[in-house]
Ligand binder design. Sequence first.
Ligand SMILES: Cc1ncc(COP(=O)(O)O)c(C=O)c1O
Length: 385
Amino acid sequence: MNLFEVYPLFDIEPVKAAGSYVFDKKGEAYLDLYGGHAVISVGHSHHYYVNMIQKQLKQIGFYSNAVINNLQTELAYKLGKLSGYEDYRLFLCNSGAEAIENALKLASFFTGKSKVIAFNKGFHGRTSAAVAITDNPKIQAPLNRGHEVTLIDLNDRTSLEKNLEAEDCCAVVIEGVQGIGGIIEPSASFLEAAEELCKKHGALLILDEIQSGYGRTGKFFAHQYAGIQPSVITVAKGMGNGFPMAGVLISPDIKPSFGMLGTTFGGNHLACAAGIAVLDIIKNEKLIAHAKSLGSWWLQDLASIEGIKSIRGKGLMIALEFDFPVRELRKILLTEEHIITGSSSDPNVLRLLPALNIQKEELIHFDTVLQNVLNRMDRVAAIEI
Ligand SMILES: Cc1ncc(COP(=O)(O)O)c(C=O)c1O
């Protein structure tokens, strides 16, 4: 059987990883500034994380949600403490899209309504409702287009208010920081307005922190910079450091009932062990403070590089915008310099999403290499003219 090929592949096959590096079959090291798409939060193969998963697997790897699983309770307790959402409830599932799908279902159950407001340049996953609220018609099948969705511009308060006035909206879904769109932040005043307007018009505010959460921006959640409290928050990616898991944090106002949501694999023993290990490491190694201070230093250092048009982001979620498509630049960084970087839906934007415990020396190395590569590309462009 052949694979159903839906991904354009990087020409590299990692067979081993440690910290912020992955290694190919020949033992060549690659600096990972992409984190497998913002997934690697505590570094590849962290020994504490590996030990917890190994130990758990020897005990019990899986049982369904029909039995007591105290690892889920421990995970929820630790997540509540570290994120500051101790009074919220946690629903565990397996992927970002599934978390969004469940968050939207909850909002619809709770309000009895079905229209959703989401944002241009947003990305929320590829399942039915998640892809319907994603701003990319190319990845929507006709089946996905039956949802009632209005897409508006981020930070457009007037448009948000106008669309909520009909009182037919169950949810407004905002990314903590738009990731795939190219690291675009909602303003604090817009988030405050969204919180207030949702309350006024009987809709739930859902913050998609799947990419921007788990300490990536220097706070547990990016929306905490604005001091708001959404009704529902979705998490995934960094939550399991590569173990597939996701969650929905749900305000105490929303009461659960049996059968309302469900999953076979979500919250299984092995996933919980991975999720607890991640939270322990983030706490014990003070990775949120590290992401914040290192990120601030990095933004300043990047600003001294010649050839970048603009720099955006917070903590370790950073975009570099150029006045040319970054495809060739990323290719040179990968093949000649062994540095993995991310792209975005904007062809001119390079995304940097390293592990939260990356070290300053590794970032200095990247900055030096980037300047050299940009100089080289400049010289080649000059010769070609
Ligand atoms: C903000 C955001 N939401 C949702 C998703 C979907 O997550 P998954 O690919 O785990 O379904 C992604 C994935 O990139 C994302 O960045």
